[in-house]
Design a protein around this ligand. Structure first.
Ligand SMILES: [Ca+2]
Ligand SMILES: [Ca+2]
Ligand SMILES: [Ca+2]
Ligand SMILES: [Ca+2]
Length: 355
């Protein structure tokens, strides 16, 4: 039978075990250091410059996307635009631990980059670059798979996909950035009527190498362009160019909760203020050099009792806690320096799936 003070501690811990608030973050790969940075989804402030550390697997992660079960998928084009073993879509836990590889060259998937969740599945671009990739029958295409990696298939390979790069779900299909002709193209899921959403040169400007595409709350489509008239471009919902603002970033674009727009690329992460037209620098990481890619939202539900980050508080976590009981280390959930009944109470209060 529990002693009174232990039972008291258990009750207190159970009362404290209410789930912590979920954290909304924006994750940006840094392909210079091969790690993932995290920023506040509200105002873009830096949360961590090493949110998912370099694990030796990441070679050139362009974009991440979060599955409904909370894991993080990384689209990695590998060391170059050739098709090699380090090209992959990999799955990581919400704690940033590698879980498994879901797609790679043995599946016909080379140079995966733009990745997103839409229409109940995972979607990504498979880039074919004739200058690099030889000896395969690959082509530029949109691929999909289920959240668990099953059902992997090429869905759409339009003849107008010159050299596809970015992917954004839009109007029942996708907007696709083509870095060969610098068009933004709309492709319905069956590719039946793939056509320019915005064709290069319209409006008398010459934005080239379209990168991330996104949408603002009012329906305005935004895209970053990396060369030519580089910067952030604004489009009506039907693709008329409405504005162009030169930026030093040219890669990622994502709306912030405070009404600003987060921009990424090169060594910088900046916020663009639509009202004032001003850029606010959040990070300019020159030494060691950063190379920021695209911006993806994630919601991280804290689950400190899930000691092994499996997504569930279960017997494995309990075993670790009991193994360290009256000592230190994994299982000190409340951080008071000792693993004891208080931590056990918290764990029992969190028992089951994390979210
Ligand atoms: Ca590659
Ligand atoms: Ca095209
Ligand atoms: Ca666990
Ligand atoms: Ca403790």
């Amino acid at each position: 039978m529990l002693q009174a003070h232990t039972a008291h501690a258990l009750v207190a811990a159970l009362l404290l075990a209410a789930p912590a608030a979920a954290e909304n973050l924006l994750l940006i790969p840094d392909t210079s250091r091969d790690k993932i940075w995290a920023f506040s989804a509200y105002d873009g402030s830096l949360v961590s410059n090493n949110y998912i550390p370099n694990d030796g697997r990441m070679k050139q992660v362009i974009q991440v996307a979060q599955t409904p079960q909370g894991t993080i998928l990384m689209a990695d084009v590998g060391t170059d635009q050739n098709c090699s073993a380090d090209d992959a879509v990999r799955e990581y836990s919400r704690c940033g631990q590698y879980i498994r590889t879901l797609a790679g060259p043995s599946d016909g998937v080379c140079n995966p980059e733009g990745i997103c969740m839409a229409y109940g599945k995972v979607w990504f671009i498979r880039l074919f670059d004739a200058a690099f990739e030889t000896g395969t029958n690959g082509r530029n295409a949109i691929w999909s798979m289920n959240y668990d990696g099953t059902g992997l298939q090429e869905v759409c390979a339009s003849s107008t996909f010159g050299k596809t790069w970015s992917l954004f779900p839009y109007n029942g299909g996708f907007l696709v950035g083509d870095i060969q002709d610098s068009n933004l193209e709309f492709a319905p899921l069956n590719c039946a009527a793939s056509a320019p959403f915005y064709a290069f040169g319209q409006g008398g400007v010459s934005m080239q190498s379209p990168q991330q595409i996104n949408k603002l709350a009012d329906g305005t489509v935004v895209a970053q362009f990396f060369s030519g008239n580089a910067g952030i471009a604004f489009f009506s919902p039907t693709g008329e160019l409405q504005g162009l603002y030169s930026t030093p970033t040219g890669r990622g674009v994502h709306p912030l909760g405070n009404g600003e727009i987060l921009l990424s690329g090169g060594t910088q992460v900046q916020a663009y203020n639509l009202s004032t037209g001003q850029l606010r620098t959040i990070v300019n990481q020159v030494s060691p050099l950063a190379s920021f890619r695209w911006i993806a939202p994630v919601t991280i539900t804290p689950c400190p009792s899930d000691l092994d980050c499996s997504g569930t508080v279960d017997g494995a976590d309990l075993g670790t806690l009991l193994g360290n009981f009256n000592g230190t280390g994994s299982g000190d959930i409340n951080g008071d320096g000792v693993v004891n009944g208080s931590d056990l109470g918290v764990m029992l209060g969190n028992w089951g799936p994390c979210s």
